[in-house]
Design a binder for this molecule. Structure first.
Ligand SMILES: [Zn+2]
Ligand SMILES: [Zn+2]
Length: 282
């Protein structure tokens, strides 16, 4: 079974993640306009009409802007918990009854099994998602001010981890945002900083050569280079080497990521190659 994923957009201007397993595919969030999401899917050869569901993390507009439009245009069911439905109903426009799916625990869409988990964010009932497909584990962990130990346990060992690295604390504090907004962002129900992501990441890694994408980067208070360096430095301190133990990159606001193929065998081979290279370097 072919398992693949792509981050179509990530950041406060809009978020969307695409996951496919065999004949089934979903979007988690659709926070750009329907038109722009269609354009980005086309770039990656994804047929919007083939999407089986749109899963929503929470009702902030950077996560639901295109949800209603795509659901109506392509007759796609929307999955959200009760709190997120209450928070977003007015913003979504009219949704067909059969496309309004309310979940209250784990659920399955074809070959994709989803476990929503609570995140710490200022919305009605916000969640992140753990997705299992075949022997692969894909985790979306953004829009959370803190990460509790129980969440760390649940989401660790992913093969693909999309982890929030929202702001550089110094850039945020010396930047132009009003004081209340700075406090909201760095608060318990805001967003993880680069430092916070860097400190959590080693606890989340397993011995499976995962791909980690730093996500929801602020355009104002962060940039990919700063996020990458901050995280990479802490990884080095804790004994992890990018390229040998994991792949590390940043998800972009402006363009879709390449399609990431998730396949244990080919990863084993890539990893063996990487290990040889590192051993050769030493
Ligand atoms: Zn967000
Ligand atoms: Zn949010």
């Amino acid at each position: 079974m072919k398992i693949e994923a792509a981050v179509l957009s990530s950041g406060s201007d809009g978020n969307a993640v695409y996951i496919r397993a065999g004949a089934y595919s979903v979007l988690i969030d659709a926070g750009l306009s329907g038109k722009e999401l269609e354009r980005r899917m086309k770039i990656r050869d994804i047929d919007p009409a083939s999407i089986n569901a749109i899963l929503v993390t929470h009702e902030h507009s950077d996560h639901i802007k295109g949800v209603g439009v795509l659901s109506r245009r392509f007759n796609i069911p929307i999955y959200a918990n009760q709190g997120t439905w209450s928070g977003s109903e007015k913003k979504l426009g009219k949704i067909k009854a059969e496309n309004s799916q309310v979940f209250s625990g784990d659920f399955v869409i074809g070959d994709l099994a989803f476990s929503p988990y609570d995140i710490s964010h200022d919305a009605e009932e916000p969640v992140g998602y753990i997705c299992r497909a075949g022997d692969q584990k894909i985790v979306l962990a953004t829009d959370t001010g803190i990460m509790k130990n129980e969440v760390v346990e649940k989401i660790s060992g992913a093969d693909l981890l999309i982890l929030e690295s929202n702001h550089d604390l110094e850039m945020l504090m010396t930047g132009s945002y009003p004081y209340f907004l700075k406090n909201r962002i760095k608060g318990k129900e805001g967003h993880l900083s680069n430092d916070a992501a860097a400190k959590i990441l080693p606890k989340l890694l397993a011995d499976n050569f995962p791909t980690v994408l730093l996500a929801h980067l602020s355009e104002e208070n962060n940039n990919p280079k700063v996020a990458y360096i901050t995280v990479n430095n802490i990884l080095k301190e804790t004994g992890y080497k990018v390229g040998r133990d994991l792949r590390l990159g940043c998800a972009s606001q402006v363009e879709p990521s390449p399609i990431i193929k998730l396949d244990k065998e080919s990863r084993k081979r890539q990893r063996a190659k990487a290990k040889n290279k590192f051993d050769g370097d030493n």
